[in-house]
Design a protein around this ligand. Sequence first.
Ligand code: RP5
Length: 170
Amino acid sequence: MTQQAGAQQAGVPVGIIMGSQSDWATMREAAAILDELGVPYEARIVSAHRTPDRLWSYGREAAGRGLRVIIAGAGGAAHLPGMMASKTRIPVIGVPVQTRALGGVDSLYSIVQMPKGFPVATMAIGAAGAANAGLMAAGILALNDAALAQRLDDWRAALSASIPEEPRDE
Ligand code: RP5
């Protein structure tokens, strides 16, 4: 089920949050996967640095609103996923957004090295990481949703089937 970015949606299981509008080009890869798998989601701009009060209220209300997984993407000094993990027990999947200055290694290091107690499941840098975050969220939800589990199995099988056995000249 496709959800409009920014649309108010009560009871969706996945929240995609990002530090800036500029992150959406990356984070929409997570949204595209969730669309393909029929997983409802919401998308919000929630900046750890520019809108800390929004971050706080999003984390405080997440469980009560029915969110079950949060995908959080940010670049540079990427505190959003870790701060969100400190504010809610809902699993947080972190996506390091690629940056111009340091290629996203800054984002990766900012997200991955969480202290004991507040984990963030950190994906690869950039679009592949965002897509995998969508797949990881779907995999978590599929633990308690047989229909989604079947759609995810079908999606994976289709990807495998699309890989040729031999390379060709391009
Ligand atoms: C971070 O700063 C955002 O997550 C974004 O990746 C980065 C740059 O933001 P903009 O300057 O493009 O708004 O907070």
